[in-house]
Design a protein around this ligand. Structure first.
Ligand code: SAM
Ligand code: SF4
Length: 320
């Protein structure tokens, strides 16, 4: 079992399969040229699978596959199937922008994928172009509908941005309610890769917009997840707000990350990382295990928001 220096059991790993993406979101990678790049630059999936095998032996129970855009990996379906074969009880999840999801949803379900988080920042085609630099709304919505049809557990992720999509917070919530899927609002996390003018709404501002239309009850913090949960009693619906700027965000953190560059990252908003790329490429299991334990040992008690207001770490590399 992996337990950090503050007694937290680490049984959840988020893995970025690529830093490449078919979108250029203003809060993530707006300045990268619109070139999707080549899969040959990505970490080989066999090396990632070998890492996952070691992590599962250490008690990891949940794996989230993310990126960049993980559906750009052409072998994503057999890769998910191989994780499932390692242990069918692993909770396998995916985070995607859904642009490529519709034709893959059925195969991903059959491969053993259980949950999908889908980024949906607007229901207006021109706003999706403004935020992500891609005319993608139709494909995103088709992806969401296909995932619903396949019976995945789905959460929609929205990053509310001042003057950009903050007028659509209630619309996205209602879209989720109508489809019967959960919605998570994520506070914009300042980072050096985002567009300079980008400003996010804080949790209280997001809530304020929802309370203008609905009665809202506070439930509790999702014990093992980063979201604080709320209920709309009149709609029998639960939604969440992920607020890393808040103090109690880190107390129940159970996760570490593997970046697309082969770095084990103990905390999203902390500069420490352990480089295991060479060990992964060589399949050196002893060193991978040693460094996995080192990463857990290095996990800080809380993130660095208080000390450093802007992260230099790119979300498209760490997987957000
Ligand atoms: N491409 C996939 C997607 O967009 O869903 C997966 C990778 S993306 C980095 C994972 C999540 O991070 C998305 O839900 C995205 O909205 C969120 N994200 C990226 N940059 C962020 C930022 N600066 N602040 C808050 N959330 C961010
Ligand atoms: Fe791509 Fe996801 Fe980053 Fe948007 S948030 S640019 S979809 S990796």
């Amino acid at each position: 079992m992996l337990v950090d220096s503050f007694g937290r059991t680490i049984d959840y790993i988020r893995i970025s399969l690529t830093e490449r993406c078919n979108f250029r979101c203003m809060y993530c990678m707006p300045n990268t040229p619109m070139d999707i790049g080549s899969e040959s630059d990505d970490v080989p999936l066999d090396s990632v699978l070998n890492f996952i095998k070691i992590a599962i032996k250490q008690g990891v129970k949940k794996i989230r596959i993310t990126g960049g855009e993980p559906l750009l990996r052409s072998q994503i379906v057999p890769f998910i199937a191989k994780i499932y074969e390692l242990n069918p009880n692993i909770d396998i999840a995916l985070t995607t922008n859904a642009f490529l999801l519709a034709p893959l949803a059925k195969d991903l379900k059959q491969a053993g994928l259980k949950r999908i988080n889908i980024s949906l920042d607007s229901l207006k085609p021109e706003k999706i172009v403004l935020i992500s630099k891609r005319d993608g709304l139709n494909k995103i919505l088709q992806g969401i509908e296909s995932a619903v049809k396949e019976g995945f557990t789905i959460k929609l992720n929205m990053v509310p941005l001042l003057g950009i999509n903050d007028d659509e917070i209630v619309d996205i919530l209602e879209y989720g309610i109508n489809l019967g899927v959960g919605v998570r609002f994520i506070e914009f996390m300042e980072n050096t890769h985002a567009k300079d003018s980008t400003k996010g709404l804080r949790a209280n501002e997001i809530l304020h917009k929802i309370k203008a239309k609905y009665e809202v009850d506070l439930l509790e913090k999702d014990f093992f997840g980063p979201a604080t949960l709320f209920k709309l009693p009149t709609k029998d619906c639960i939604f969440g707000i992920i607020a890393p700027h808040n103090d109690d965000f880190c107390k129940t953190c159970n996760r570490i990350r593997l970046s697309s560059e082969g770095k084990l990252i103990p905390c999203l908003y902390h500069e420490n990382a352990v480089d295991i790329k060479e060990h992964m490429l060589r399949g050196n299991e002893k060193e991978i295990l040693k460094n996995l334990k080192l990463c857990v040992e290095k996990k800080p008690e809380k993130n660095d928001w208080d000390n450093n207001e802007v992260s230099t770490r790119a979300f498209y590399k760490t997987g957000g």
